[in-house]
Design a binder for this molecule. Sequence first.
Ligand code: ZN
Length: 299
Amino acid sequence: MAERYSNSQNYSIARGRLRLPGRLASLGKMVRVCQNRACLQRRVVWPDWLRKDDGVCLQGQWYCSSGCFELAAQAVFRRLLPSPEPARRRPHRIPIGLFLLSRGTINNEQLKLALDLQKEKGGGRIGKFLRQIQAASEQDITDGLAAQWGCPVYPLGQARDFLKCASLLPLTLLETGRMLPVHHLRSAQMLYIGFVEGIDHSALYAVEQMLRLRTVPCVVAESELLEALNSLRHSESEPATVFDSPASPVEMARITRSYARQVNATDVWIARSGRFIWSRLQSALEPKDILFQALGDVS
Ligand SMILES: [Zn+2]
């Protein structure tokens, strides 16, 4: 059944599928080539129907067997493991306390008092201490963050659209990243995501990769976010499997392969979001999410 192909032929491979010219194009839709360069089957073109039990796509690239998939997954985990923390929540913006001072929302004495309190408590967000001394309201802090980040404020307390789209992302990611999908504009494939501490661009990038849609950041009030997350805790249907201990790329790939077989996954996507590496396994049923703790020294 197998046909051999040669690189000298006038066709190319994209995402594991052969692109054939003219009348052969329909054949290209039926056959795939494994993207593992060391694969012994790589130069053998197999019809899809012979491969569907074992082959799986990773990051849009097709692998002929769970062994080839696992090797490719190891490389993806290895690439994602170094922490992107320094790039998270771009540090070049002026602190929110100074920003509120420059806008005249608070005065020098209030800022100094809040900073002293922050120091006394050994850290914490300055907005919390400004509210504690009643120098600023939650609305002031939310508006200040929105202006600082150039994003709109989303009125989460009045709009309940998040109930329809929050399940697009694992609840654990929302809780640890303090963020929430607040509105899904299906026609434009856009997802509005609310934050309370500044925009996490690594999380936005991960969501765009995983869901293949555009994200739009906005700012939401902290109390409204906490209330929304609380209501989601009672309605989560398919909780993600969370591995709290740091694992090596080899272990993460082995675990992902095992779950992929268990749920008959056809497509697997892996991305880094905050302190987790997130694997999403897509099959004919609901997607299966796995979250690996990515902080810690493993290799
Ligand atoms: Zn292969």
